[in-house]
Write a protein that binds this ligand. Structure first.
Ligand code: ZN
Length: 198
């Protein structure tokens, strides 16, 4: 019957996880209560190890981080070994739940800051994209205007060539006309001279 055992293990694991969550919650509370405890001196937290002094029987409560440590009884002053609670491994003490909480809170703050930064950057990106879109539109309209200008200038060159050719042709016609006129005038003059001589 392996299956039920596995299920039990799962249940145990879930229970342990739940217990961890409770510890975290308890620790959040205990952080808030820490000052009050120092003033009162009698507040016993869920995470405290509570035991009786083996010498005088005085009820002692010590923070779980004291597990396995040698302390002096507050009542009789004898050296007492703080018991390690069942299911607690000394290795677990390497990282204190308080430290884990601090790291968790710091991670949460960093996450919030990162998310805010991401939102900022997304907004900035949207602005840049919009600006780049309008710049591209502007650039496109510049390109179109440039093409129009090139076309105009090509037309102007053509026009200039055409008018130069026209002017050349007109000049040729004019000089030809003038030449003809002069020639016939000259001929007339010769005739007149000839008739004068007669
Ligand atoms: Zn004692």
């Amino acid at each position: 019957m392996a299956e039920p055992e596995e299920n039990n293990e799962e249940l145990e694991a879930t229970a342990a996880a739940d217990a961890d969550d409770k510890n975290v919650a308890a620790d959040e509370e205990s952080l808030a209560e820490a000052d009050a405890e120092e003033e009162g001196g009698t507040v016993i937290r869920d995470t405290d190890i509570v035991f009786d002094c083996p010498h005088c029987g005085h009820n002692l409560a010590i923070d779980y981080r004291g597990a396995g440590l040698q302390i002096e009884c507050v009542n009789c002053g004898e050296s007492v070994l703080v018991p390690i609670p069942d299911g607690m491994k000394i290795d677990d003490l390497d990282i204190e739940p308080g430290e884990i909480l601090k790291q968790l809170f710091a991670a949460r703050r960093n996450l919030q800051r990162a998310e805010a930064r991401i939102a900022e950057l997304e907004l900035e990106l949207r602005g840049v994209t919009m600006r780049s879109d309008s710049l591209r539109a502007l650039l496109e309209s510049f390109a179109i205007q440039l093409e129009e200008l090139k076309e105009l200038s090509r037309n102007e060159v053509k026009l200039r060539d055409k008018s130069a050719a026209l002017i050349g042709r007109l000049a040729g016609d004019i000089s030809a006309t003038i030449g003809d006129a002069a020639h016939s005038e000259m001929l007339n003059g010769v005739d007149e001279t000839a008739s004068d001589a007669e």
